[in-house]
Ligand binder design. Sequence first.
Ligand code: SAM
Ligand code: SF4
Length: 327
Amino acid sequence: MNKVDYLRISLIDKCNFRCQYCMPNDSELDYILSEELLTKSELLILLQEVFIPLGFTKFRLTGGEPLLRADLIEIVHEISNLSETKDLSLTTNGYLLEEKAEGLFLAGLKRINISLDSLNSDTFDRIIGNNSKSRWQKTWSGILKAYEVGFNPLKLNVVIIPNVNDHEILDLAALTIDKNWHVRFIEFMPIGNSKLFAEKAWIPSVDIREKIKNKWGLQESFISGNGPADVFKIPHGKGTLGFISQMSECFCDRCNRIRLSADGWLRPCLLNETGQIDLKKALREGIKTEKIREKVAQLLLIKPDINFKERESGTNIYQRTMSQIGG
Ligand code: SAM
Ligand code: SF4
């Protein structure tokens, strides 16, 4: 059985973008009330008394947009200073990074993933929705700032949607030629905006890879913290290209991760909603952390079965969007 030692922690479900693929565009989302968010001290209790004793050593902070969380720097500082933490990373849309990259780095964060689906300002604004105007430049400046500050590896997450940004595959891949950046193409999943997914469908990684290979050729490569990505590089390129193919390939047997939502729900599998437990409720009801740990340990035991559940049916309806789960 694969060791599950990686916790993805959503710190907030709110976001300053409304990406087409992540949130539905035709209805308002109910955001979690601030008193329902796990507090910093609740999160640290869960890490120190539940997850770390169960062998968790790798943590990723995500959201929603984690840079909107007011106590983010303190959270980073506390987690990076836990002696058991082997790896701490963060996924952000980059919009607020220009101001916040340095503070995060000094607080102990060394690894970052920034989402960037387009190099074209208009396409970018269309993807991130919200009637956004000219947000690309500030996001790009945030990426440059993160690079300058010293984040390494610096990964760029790209979701390709047919007829939206598929014409930019080569331009996005080319970012890895001159810079030590790591572009990761993530297959579009039907979580968040199933209407768009039904309308546009998705492009398998293998097609994206072929397109890049036809242009430059590709060599197999490696990058730390690559998780389920297949990693390649353009010959003589400084960075790498990763392909995360959770739709076209099943890597459930290798899954080493579990997700904690901003309101404290522990979710064993991204692609179905089976087996979730409400850890915040347990904490706030005064249940001893030993008992909570036992429950989590039991969930970890049944996780391999949950991973495959309903995977083949393709009929899953997700109650939560990626922004609410913590992608
Ligand atoms: N707001 C941050 C950001 O955008 O990087 C962190 C949260 S976001 C939910 C985390 C990642 O999930 C992003 O890289 C985003 O591209 C990805 N994502 C969101 N919805 C997705 C979907 N339907 N299919 C594939 N990836 C998705
Ligand atoms: Fe916000 Fe990230 Fe979702 Fe885009 S992908 S709407 S930036 S949470």
